[in-house]
Design a protein around this ligand. Structure first.
Ligand code: DC
Length: 223
């Protein structure tokens, strides 16, 4: 199987719909670069928390953003040289990330970076606005959904696997519903399905089943 030299696949959808799991499997199968754009918003959020930047105060976002240098090496994420791959997944960061991701200047900086990283490559990106804003002409757009309950169940399991045990199902479900609301109602690039995206409901499917469906579409893009 040889894919075009440069190809862009967008996987958008709400929190916990399985985007990153699916994107990683497909990236590996088709030898594509995988870009987790949610992690980039998480990195900026982590920086805000670490530096006690209060979003409710009047702040000069552009000045702050100038101090943030983001590096992605494989599945490791660095801010100003510090590996924050684990720190960006904590409930604390998760609790604030939707607010940070709603800031226009933050989005502009990260979208530019996402386009730069993907340039001339075979890339699969997951996020909320990849098919609508970052790459409106992507070769393939997938909109992955799952019920809030199933997504919460997956998140609790994820937390357990990472040794974070004190997150109960109801709290995680409430947080997911809140994040869905914030992500889909914000003014800047809200979470929504692109008109030409293929919607897949993963609630009752395992990762391999979802990948098998998407693979059929990828194989059609071909050469
Ligand atoms: O996919 P995730 O849960 O790691 O994403 C974290 C947050 O970042 C999510 O609440 C919305 C935001 N996000 C975004 O606004 N745009 C993207 N392309 C990716 C994530």
């Amino acid at each position: 199987m040889t894919l075009k030299k440069s190809i862009t696949i967008a996987i958008d959808g709400p929190a916990g719909s399985g985007k990153s799991t699916i994107a990683k499997i497909l990236a590996n199968k088709y030898k594509m670069t995988y870009l987790d754009t949610g992690a980039m918003y998480r990195m900026v959020t982590y920086y805000f928390l670490e530096n006690q930047i209060n979003l409710k105060e009047k702040i000069n976002i552009l000045e702050i953003l100038k101090n943030i240098h983001v590096d992605i090496v494989g599945d490791k994420f660095y801010i100003n040289g510090k590996d924050v791959s684990e720190e960006i997944r904590t409930p604390k960061v998760t609790g604030l990330v939707s607010e940070v991701a709603a800031i226009k200047e933050v989005r502009e900086k990260l979208v530019e970076l996402q386009r730069e990283i993907s340039k001339g490559k075979k890339t699969i990106l997951d996020g909320r606005d990849i098919g609508t804003v970052v790459f409106p002409k992507a070769d393939l757009k997938i909109y992955l959904i799952a019920s809030p309950e199933e997504r919460a169940r997956r998140r609790v399991e994820d937390y357990k696997n990472k040794g974070i045990e004190n997150e109960n199902f109801q709290d995680v479900l409430d947080a997911i519903i809140k994040r869905d609301f914030l992500d889909s109602t914000r003014e800047e690039s809200p979470l929504k399905k692109a008109n030409d995206a293929i919607e897949i409901d993963s609630s009752k499917m395992n990762a391999q089943e979802v990948c098998d469906i998407i693979s059929k579409y990828i194989d059609e893009i071909e050469v």
